[in-house]
Design a protein around this ligand. Structure first.
Ligand code: 0WD
Length: 269
């Protein structure tokens, strides 16, 4: 008996097997969940790289829906939820694991960020959670759950994370407002604030090895976290085990976020 036997959900944001959404999906699948998946629309239909990458991962686990969805397009989101309704009837969970910022704006100082880059990053990285929740509210069962992925850069200044930090602050606030509004519908909305993991997205942020070293030196657990650990916590928040938890940002970061200074053994060095 799996914890998700008979449960159905939609997963947005698997780019490849390093994606955090994939780590969570693997745990959900192991517990019996049935899922549908979306990928970024391929620019060249003759070479559907994104679709192929996703298919390779999710067909073997019995994906019920595989389709393109650009979260900037209302019609794409409508189509994804229409397919979910047709295939599953009702849903038990929605996983949102999506972020994007134009490289120049992401790498540059916030003070130099362009208006267009800011709008685009906010649209894909923060508004998209509202856009998904807007549709999901009509097919999520009472007891259903929405989960998104965030990072400490939304709470504290992490030099190098730059404008994405501002997007994450908006995303975390969005999580709380949605939780407040959807609670009466019996729907929970939570976020996981994950420690740095090597994925396509994080390779764009840069200085990944330096970040990992910081976690190894400063976090209470003196190490980074694994995709599997984020997967397990995702499973928890989407499951009935977290039936009393909503509006929460759960840090899966080895405790890094609680530290206000270096560990004693590093002081004075
Ligand atoms: O260290 C990390 N990797 C952390 C990531 C630490 C803490 C949080 N996160 C967050 C990210 O900010 C993001 O919100 O986790 C989420 C997932 O990120 P990921 O798993 O690290 O990255 P990735 O595997 O690249 O998945 C993000 C995906 C996109 O992948 P690419 O690399 O192709 O941009 O977001 C999706 C896409 O699949 N995405 C979109 N989906 C629909 N419409 C769009 C869009 N317009 N843009 C990006």
């Amino acid at each position: 008996m799996g914890m998700f036997d008979g449960k159905k959900g939609m997963v947005f944001g698997i780019a490849n097997d390093h994606s955090i959404a994939w780590a969570i999906t693997e745990k959900l699948h192991a517990e019996g969940a049935e899922m549908g998946f979306t990928h970024i629309p391929d620019k060249d239909p003759a070479r559907p790289r994104m679709e192929r990458r996703l298919r390779k991962l999710v067909e073997p686990i019995g994906a019920k829906v595989i389709m393109p969805c650009d979260v900037q397009k209302e019609e794409d989101i409508d189509a994804a939820f229409a397919a979910a309704k047709e295939t599953f009837g009702e849903l038990d969970f929605v996983l949102h694991s999506i972020a994007y910022a134009p490289m120049d704006d992401l790498k540059g100082l916030v003070v130099n960020c362009s208006r267009d880059g800011f709008k685009l990053a906010m649209d894909i990285s923060a508004y998209s959670l509202i856009a998904l929740a807007q549709r999901a509210q009509h097919i999520l069962k009472p007891g259903g759950s929405i989960l998104t992925l965030t990072y400490l850069g939304g709470e504290k200044v992490i030099p190098g994370y730059n404008m994405m930090g501002i997007c994450k602050a908006a995303l975390e606030s969005t999580t709380e407002y949605l939780a407040s509004e959807m609670g009466p519908m019996g729907i929970r909305v939570n976020a996981i604030s994950a420690g740095p993991l090597k994925t396509l997205s994080s390779s764009a942020v840069g200085e990944f090895d330096l970040m990992l070293k910081l976690y190894e030196d400063f976090s209470p657990m003196r190490r980074g976290v694994t995709p599997e650990e984020v997967g397990k916590s995702g499973l928890y928040l989407l499951s009935d085990l977290a039936s009393g938890v909503t509006g929460e940002t759960l840090h899966v970061d080895g405790g890094y976020h609680i530290m206000g200074g270096p560990p004693v053994e590093l002081q004075g060095k």
